[in-house]
Design a binder for this molecule. Structure first.
Ligand code: HEC
Length: 244
């Protein structure tokens, strides 16, 4: 059949386009009917604690994602700079995920543990006081604003509706104990949300101000958790190749 014949016959052209597109569609869609989960199972990944949930909300409120991505791509330059590339499982409970596409500042996917809490507090109040060339805005109000945690249980309930396994019933709690262990399961219990938030703030004191829970507390708790859930030390370099 001459190409000109197809190009000048729009009915035939539409049919052929549909045929070609549906091959691509079928190849992508049909396998999804035969697998339950498209995310690899990786040990250590857990939903955020109540304090981290609030910190993440502040991360969104302040628009940090407009300058920071949270996805390390599997290229050598990224791996060398930021650490192991991001796994799908690591943003499994992140709704909406914070992969981002804009890197005015560095990627934050493996930020946790890189700096002290004190560094973060100082950097967020006045970035140029620790990194003189920085163009990041100041966020001084985070340290002077008390954290509103009155609705943290509702926020977890909303996340639960999207599939994050925060527990409401005893059965859900027990399933979490099996899946994540007792310590994490306790943190995921919605009925204990406020108590857990206060306890974590008191024990770890991220903002350096004892006896007060500021917005800074929650944001730094969240930042320190980023990229720390999977212990990559226990895997060899090829362990994740099978998921590609
Ligand atoms: C206008 C863009 C911009 C915004 C908005 C922004 N940042 Fe930054 N951020 C930067 C730049 C540029 C750097 C690199 C210089 C520096 O360290 O200050 C940076 C660095 C950082 C670092 C250090 C990362 C590292 O690995 O050294 C952290 C942590 C950080 N930002 C957190 C935040 C948080 C949290 C927010 C929201 C409250 C935020 N940033 C908002 C631009 C931005």
């Amino acid at each position: 059949m001459r190409h000109e014949h197809i190009e000048t016959n729009s009915g035939l052209m539409i049919l052929l386009i549909l045929a070609v597109i549906s091959i691509g569609g079928l190849v992508e869609i049909v396998p999804l009917f035969y697998i339950n989960d498209t995310i690899e199972k990786v040990e250590g990944v857990r939903p955020n604690t109540p304090l981290e949930v609030r910190g993440r909300d502040l991360y969104l409120r302040e628009g940090c994602y407009l300058c920071h991505s949270q996805q390390i791509r599997p290229f050598r330059d990224e791996w060398l700079r930021y650490g192991h590339y991001s796994l799908a499982a690591e943003s499994q409970y992140d709704h909406p995920f914070q992969w981002g596409s804009k890197r005015t500042g560095p990627d934050l996917a493996r930020l946790g543990g890189k700096y002290s809490n004190q560094w973060h507090v100082q950097h967020l109040i006045a970035p140029r006081s620790v990194v003189p060339q920085s163009i990041m805005p100041n966020y001084p109000w985070l340290l002077t604003t008390k954290l509103d945690y009155s609705d943290v249980a509702d926020r977890m309930r909303a996340l639960r509706a999207t599939g994050v396994p925060y527990s409401l019933t005893q059965a859900e709690y027990e399933a979490n104990v099996k899946k994540f262990g007792q310590t994490v399961a306790d943190q995921l219990d919605i009925s204990q949300a406020e108590a857990n938030l206060l306890k974590e703030a008191r024990d770890k004191n991220f903002d350096g101000i004892a006896g007060q829970v500021t917005e800074m507390e929650a944001l730094v708790a969240y930042l320190q958790s980023l990229g720390t859930m999977v212990n990559f030390g226990q895997y060899n370099d090829d362990a994740f190749v099978k998921f590609r």
